[in-house]
Design a protein around this ligand. Structure first.
Ligand SMILES: Cc1cc2nc3c(=O)[nH]c(=O)nc-3n(C[C@H](O)[C@H](O)[C@H](O)COP(=O)(O)OP(=O)(O)OC[C@H]3O[C@@H](n4cnc5c(N)ncnc54)[C@H](O)[C@@H]3O)c2cc1C
Length: 429
């Protein structure tokens, strides 16, 4: 099979997955004059950015916090005229239930200067979309990397939030790449521009899914509740078989984790080998009412974010709306352990878990381990872009944050699909 040839005519593209990556790539392709069909297995778009309503309030189950590094998102929100608001403040809850400010020792003890010098020398492209460019330099397990470079205060300042957000514990065997990308995206390592009039972090009024519904509404062909049964790639095109008929295309964009789509893909040995190396974290959101807990902030639970020994316990909760006792709680672990452990944790904090509205489990943060990064797994994934008429976007090549997913997806579309009729790459303007 060959790489897709550059053509000045409009391409027909099937996009599998209607999360932020799939919708961003589809929007970009349509704006460049291509014909896009988006196929989503769930009944709604938005992927890991789902929102639900309880008692008239919108609650985000997944992605929703944007920092001053979210420039692509800000542009999208602006173009679609979606209303934003600042997010809740952050607090660390110690084991006695006292609310403290996050330690920012790193920004004061010379760590930031040491980090910047190291970044300049070893991974200067970390701020750019994608991960492959910095993967080998940051392949070491994060705890080893922090110790080697005298950056332990970086763990104190960013580790709690990192673990609370689902990326694992710092004593897990997770490569430094992911911790460093997360720290960069908080916007605290470099001062960034004020976005959409917000001096700090912001989110979407009425739930983050509002944005993705708006993106989908503008696209011509988004099909939800569709099961892809097989993907057949030939010399002359791609046929995506679904339970509601086949979709013919010139190319397919897989906006889902490769290991999830593998069972229906006519996969090559290289695709199978890479997919077998992908790991993800079992991370849960529980939307529940609770009384007697601290309010009006996003709380990181220090007792459960310092070591993987406590995995399964609640790592954070968000109380978003004054006057409501509903909170979103976040934990790792086995599905059947989440609610009993949450009940214990709420009691230990002096509160009481009341009605549980729902629990959602995510295969969070598709990633490679240290040895695979060192061996160039992300370069291999990059080398597959365009081979067999297939492209890969999403958290694996980009990192599991909305801005990272969107920026990588937009750039991929602009690089590989010239604007129809011009032969020039799409500018995205
Ligand atoms: C609890 C939680 C909190 C988060 N908080 C933040 C945050 O505050 N800020 C932030 O920037 N990011 C956050 N994220 C991360 C963010 O949500 C993700 O990075 C982003 O949604 C990734 O987008 P994606 O399109 O690559 O993947 P996804 O959002 O996972 O979308 C993939 C889509 O593909 C569909 N799909 C899968 N398999 C198939 C198939 N075979 N056929 C058809 N469709 C399929 C899925 O149903 C889904 O709709 C959070 C995520 C979670 C889970």
């Amino acid at each position: 099979m060959q790489e897709l040839r550059t053509s000045t005519g409009p391409q027909a593209v099937a996009v599998v997955g209607a999360g932020p990556s799939g919708l961003a790539v589809a929007r970009e392709l349509e704006r460049a004059g291509h014909r896009v069909t988006v196929l989503e297995e769930r009944d709604t778009v938005a992927g890991k950015c789902q929102s639900v309503h309880v008692d008239g309030h919108a609650y985000d189950l997944g992605g929703h916090i944007c920092t001053n590094r979210y420039e692509r998102l800000a542009r999208l929100l602006n173009e679609l005229d979606v209303e934003t608001e600042r997010t809740s403040r952050y607090r660390v809850l110690d084991s006695a239930g006292r609310a403290l400010r996050q330690s920012m020792a790193f920004l004061r003890d010379g760590g930031l200067e040491r980090y910047r010098a190291l970044r300049e020398r070893e991974f200067p492209r970390i701020g750019e979309p994608g991960l492959a460019h910095s993967a080998r330099a940051l392949a070491a397990p994060v705890a080893d990397w922090l110790a080697e470079h005298g950056l332990r205060s970086m763990a104190e300042s960013f580790g709690t939030g990192y673990t609370a957000a689902g990326y694992g514990h710092l004593d897990d065997d997770i490569p430094a790449l992911y911790f460093v990308k997360y720290a960069e995206m908080t916007g605290l390592l470099d001062s960034g521009p004020e976005l959409l009039g917000h001096p700090g972090d912001f989110t979407v009024v009425g739930g983050f899914a509002t944005l993705w519904r708006r993106v989908a509404e503008e696209l011509k062909d988004v099909r939800c509740g569709v099961r892809v049964t097989s993907v057949e790639r030939r010399e002359d095109g791609v046929r995506v078989h679904t339970d509601s008929g086949p979709v013919e295309a010139d190319a397919v964009v897989l906006a889902v984790a490769p290991d999830r789509i593998l069972p229906v893909l006519d996969a090559t040995d290289e695709e199978r080998d890479l997919a077998a190396r992908i790991r993800s974290n079992a991370y849960h959101t529980t939307l529940a009412a609770a009384s007697g807990l601290a309010e009006d902030a996003f709380y990181f639970l220090a007792a459960h974010t310092t070591s993987r020994e406590t995995a399964g316990h609640c790592v954070s909760y968000h109380h978003r709306y004054p006057g409501s006792d509903v909170r979103t709680f976040y934990s790792y672990g086995r599905p059947d352990g989440v609610i009993p452990m949450l009940r214990e944790d709420v009691t230990a904090l002096g509160g009481r878990l009341e009605e549980v509205h729902l629990r959602r489990e995510w295969a969070f943060m598709p990633h490679f381990g240290s040895a695979d990064l060192r061996d160039g797994a992300l370069d291999r994934l990059d080398a597959l872009q365009g081979r067999h008429r297939t492209y890969y976007v999403g958290g694996l090549p980009a990192f599991e944050l909305v801005e990272c997913a969107v920026a990588h997806a937009q750039d991929l579309a602009r690089r590989h699909f010239p604007a129809a009729g011009t032969g020039e790459p799409s500018t995205g303007t």
